[in-house]
Structure formats: structure tokens, C-alpha cells
Design a protein around this ligand. Structure first.
Ligand SMILES: C[S@@+](CC[C@H](N)C(=O)[O-])C[C@H]1O[C@@H](n2cnc3c(N)ncnc32)[C@H](O)[C@@H]1O
Length: 218
């Protein structure tokens, strides 16, 4: 994807540019969604992060995926297509949910992707099923709460992917921390510490995109 690069304090700009230059450019609907997200300032996964996730899904042969945070449906479409898998995705905003549903239809994936509209903190309580992969990509301040439910919903051997955990480098360094982000960053730090110490999981944090935590449920 050719676009102005944000200085994200995680990787050098020349590394990000190099990684992106080596990614296949999207076409058709996905390219349109990338453009829509850029013009309307909808946060969707960074190109190198979603590519990383696609490869992970293929590696673990994921068939059943749960996503928290659909936005316009971009990552759900990419994940479903990557493995021809089923995706259940949760979105709080009614407007986003409407757009995402329309995009799933346009992608011909309305039978493989199910969108549940609502606050994931509530939706997850009633959700049943066993997921191979859970992709957490909403309300960073609530990751701990999402996590409590994810443990119940994740298959043994399954993978929890938590996006944006380095949050523009602020999670790792007080020097980068902006005052109004203090509470959020404190929560992210607690989340990473908790994940790293939880013996049911093997966790590693990968400094790609905005920081992706991978946690295998043992
Ligand atoms: C970063 S965007 C998701 C991007 C999407 N995964 C992608 O890469 O295409 C985060 C989304 O989470 C939604 N969200 C925020 N809080 C939520 C909550 N408590 N429950 C469900 N969705 C929530 C927001 O409305 C927003 O659309």
C-alpha cells in the first residue's frame, strides 16, 4: 500500500516502507475499503499486521475465528478469505456494523461471516462456541475484560491475537506517553504483564504494526 507513513515509534520508517513495498497491493473491494478507511479516518489493521495475521491463520489451520471490533469489515474479510474460514465479528457502532454487513455481502461472504452488533463486554458473556483464533482489535482499555471471556471461548491450542498493544510505543516508554493516554496505557501495561505471567498461555509481543501480542492457549 502506498501511503504517507505515520511515525509510529515502533519501527523505523524505512523498515515500515520496505515491508509495505513488498506486500501485494490489494485490488477490488479490499482496495476500496482501504481507501474508504483512509478518507473517513476509520482505523483498520496496518497492512503488515493483517498480512502477518493471515499467515498465522494459515499456519494454524484456523477454521473458526472470533473478532472483537469489526469496523467496516476489512480484517474480517481478509481473515475469512485467507483460510476460507468462518468468522464471527462483534461491533459496537451501529453505523460501522451496517457498513460491514454490506461489505460482507459484496464480498460474497455473508454465509461465512456473522456480525453481532453490541458491546463485546456484553455480547461475549452470552457467546458459546470454540474458536481456533480470537482477534482482539477494539477498545484497548477493555482488553482485560475481553480476555476473561476469551479464555472460555478459545480452543486448547488456540491462538489469541491482541492488536495495538504497544500503542505507538507508549506502552514501552514513559518518554512517549501523552498525558491523556495515561490510564489507557497503564491498562495496556497491566494486560501485557498479566498475559505474560498467565501460565495457561505462551505469550510473545511482536513489534509489528502497532504491536501484536500472540498468546497460545495451552
Ligand atoms: C480498530 S477498529 C477495528 C478494525 C478492524 N478489525 C479492521 O482491522 O478492519 C475498532 C472497532 O472496535 C469497535 N469497538 C470499540 N469498542 C467496542 C466494544 N466494546 N465492543 C465491540 N466493538 C467495539 C469500534 O467501534 C471500532 O469500529
Amino acid at each position: 500500500m502506498k501511503e504517507g507513513l505515520i511515525d509510529d515509534n515502533i519501527n523505523h520508517e524505512y523498515i515500515i516502507r520496505y515491508l509495505r513495498d513488498n506486500l501485494k497491493e490489494q485490488s477490488g473491494l479490499l482496495l476500496e475499503l482501504e481507501e474508504y478507511a483512509r478518507l473517513n479516518k476509520v482505523p483498520i489493521s496496518q497492512p503488515e499486521s493483517i498480512r502477518f495475521i493471515e499467515v498465522l491463520l494459515k499456519l494454524c489451520g484456523a477454521e473458526n475465528i472470533l473478532e472483537i471490533g469489526s469496523a467496516i469489515g476489512y480484517s474480517a474479510i481478509r481473515m475469512s478469505r485467507a483460510v476460507n474460514g468462518r468468522v464471527t465479528t462483534i461491533e459496537l457502532s451501529h453505523d460501522m456494523a451496517e457498513i460491514a454487513r454490506e461489505n460482507f455481502k459484496r464480498a460474497g461472504l455473508e454465509d461465512r461471516i456473522t456480525l453481532i452488533e453490541g458491546d463485546a463486554c456484553e455480547v461475549l458473556k452470552d457467546l458459546r462456541g470454540e474458536y481456533d483464533v480470537i482477534f482482539m482489535d477494539a477498545a484497548k482499555s477493555k482488553y482485560m475484560e475481553f480476555f476473561e471471556h476469551s479464555v472460555r471461548l478459545l480452543k486448547k491450542g488456540g491462538l489469541l491475537i491482541s492488536d495495538n498493544v504497544l500503542y505507538k510505543g507508549m506502552t514501552a516508554s514513559d518518554d512517549l506517553l501523552r498525558r491523556r493516554k495515561i490510564t489507557l496505557v497503564r491498562r495496556l501495561r497491566q494486560y501485557i504483564k498479566m498475559l505474560s505471567e498467565d501460565e495457561r498461555f505462551d505469550t510473545t509481543v511482536v513489534p509489528i504494526g502497532d504491536g501484536v501480542a500472540l498468546s497460545r492457549f495451552n
